[in-house]
Design a protein around this ligand. Structure first.
Ligand code: S3P
Length: 421
């Protein structure tokens, strides 16, 4: 499709619900005793994969737009699915399910699409095996024989909320204590939600301890907008001349707000208003106005707080004066596609001065760029980042696949082009 260019970016946007919280609300709701009601649910392909897997394990789930009702059957209420669980493009569904399924009293198999079949699963299967889990393969398809698990003391070699959550979920079923040490703080939605549901869980800075739990109370969850989706509008607002975009009701959990820190550091004009709290999550309205940006250096323990936003932060760097260095971001190589390679290759097509490094990229910004025929590699965040990039390129651009945006943001193009009306 042609990437239409907007002439102005002014207005108010309400982005869809947070993807990480939506997955967790369905999964934990299914394991709770009774009815969980969710509003603001992200109706994107990834979260629908989670719903589909739990329906296949006997959980009644109804969806009405963004309202979801999950009839939880308790920690031991899932039933053996009659088919392989299919997780589509969703790493979160696949890895979190491993943690739940390892401790069940039945066997399961899981697989997903071509991208999921390439992504590393040994980061969850290895520590789960230390807990006694029986899992064959370290990439999908995975074959899991349910068994009694035992607690472990585990230091995570990578900063990953998916791995941490898989181990916490397995810990609910394991005899004794499971203690997980993070080297850098990753998103903590699981910890917040499980605490509100009465799980035996404690957090001490980078250490999380969970004990075998017999029951979880159901949730009433009102899910805030996803800061990872708001990110596209934050960068658009900062780089487009004469723009002012307000994104309402966005989750600003401190484990997710690295993009705000980085854009502010680059000189972006950002205001955060109406801060309020719901179920331990902080929420606010974010306004971004056109700004003169400067290059910056991004690395260290901020990386897990903005990992999904790096492709669109790279777009901001293209329009910032001077050099931006992104480092310590090797994890980008094992996302929906290799996002270091994909960003570098696609940005070079339109004349961006960008170099791939082993753990990130270096961008020399502030130069004129031209339109190009872009590839998304089936990656939703590439599709949305390239759409923002193309806005300030001379001439026209195309995208090979806009449909993949539905993984996390089904109404992205509608919302985007509304800003020009
Ligand atoms: C997620 C954690 C992150 C993130 C992904 C969602 C989660 O992945 O990139 O989009 O919901 O826990 P990693 O755990 O692999 O860093």
């Amino acid at each position: 499709m042609d990437i239409k260019k907007i002439k102005k970016a002014r207005g108010t946007i309400k982005v869809p619900g947070d993807k990480s919280i939506s997955h967790r609300a369905v999964m934990l709701g299914a394991l709770a005793d009774g009815i969980t009601s969710i509003t603001g649910f992200l109706n994107g392909a990834d979260c629908l994969s989670t719903i589909d897997c739990f329906r296949k394990m006997g959980i009644d789930i109804t969806i009405d737009n963004n309202k979801v009702i999950v009839c939880g059957k308790g920690l031991y209420g899932l039933k053996k699915p009659s088919q392989t669980l299919y997780t589509g493009n969703s790493g979160t569904t696949t890895r979190l399910l491993c943690g739940i399924l390892a401790g069940q009293r039945f066997d399961t198999s899981i697989t997903g699409d071509a991208s999921i079949q390439k992504r590393p699963m040994d980061r969850v299967t290895k520590p789960l095996t230390l807990m006694g889990a029986k899992i064959v393969n370290d990439r999908c398809p995975l074959y899991i024989t349910g068994t009694q698990l035992h607690g472990i003391d585990y230091t995570m070699p990578v900063a990953s909320a998916q791995v941490k959550t898989a181990l916490i979920l397995a810990g609910l079923y394991a005899e004794g204590k499971t203690t997980i040490h993070e080297l850098e703080k990753s998103r903590d939605h699981t910890e917040l939600m499980l605490t509100s549901m009465g799980a035996k869980l404690s957090v001490d800075s980078l250490d999380i301890t969970v004990e075998k739990t017999s029951s979880l109370q159901p949730l009433k969850a009102d899910i805030p907008g996803d800061i990872s989706s708001a990110a596209f509008f934050m960068v658009l607002g900062a780089i487009m001349p004469n723009s002012e975009i307000t994104i309402t009701n966005v989750g600003i959990n401190p484990t997710r707000t690295g993009i705000i820190d980085v854009l502010k550091d680059m000189g972006a004009d950002i205001t955060i208003e109406n801060i309020h709290y719901s179920a331990g999550e902080s929420i606010a309205d974010i306004t971004v106005r056109s700004s003169v940006l400067q290059g910056t250096e991004i690395g260290g323990d901020i990386i897990p707080k903005l990992i999904d936003e790096l492709p669109v932060i790279a777009v901001a760097a293209v329009f910032a004066d001077g050099e931006t260095i992104i480092k310590d971001a090797q994890e980008l190589k094992v996302k929906e596609t290799n996002r270091i390679r994909a960003v570098v290759d696609e940005f070079q097509k339109c004349g961006v001065d960008i170099t791939e490094t082993d753990d990130g990229m270096i961008i020399n910004g502030g130069k004129t760029i031209h339109g190009a025929d872009f590839k998304t590699y089936g990656d939703h965040r590439m599709a949305m980042s390239l759409t923002v990039l193309a806005q300030l390129a001379d001439g026209s651009s195309t995208l090979d696949d806009n449909d993949c945006a539905r993984v996390s943001y089904p109404s992205f193009f509608d919302d985007f082009y509304k800003l020009d009306k």
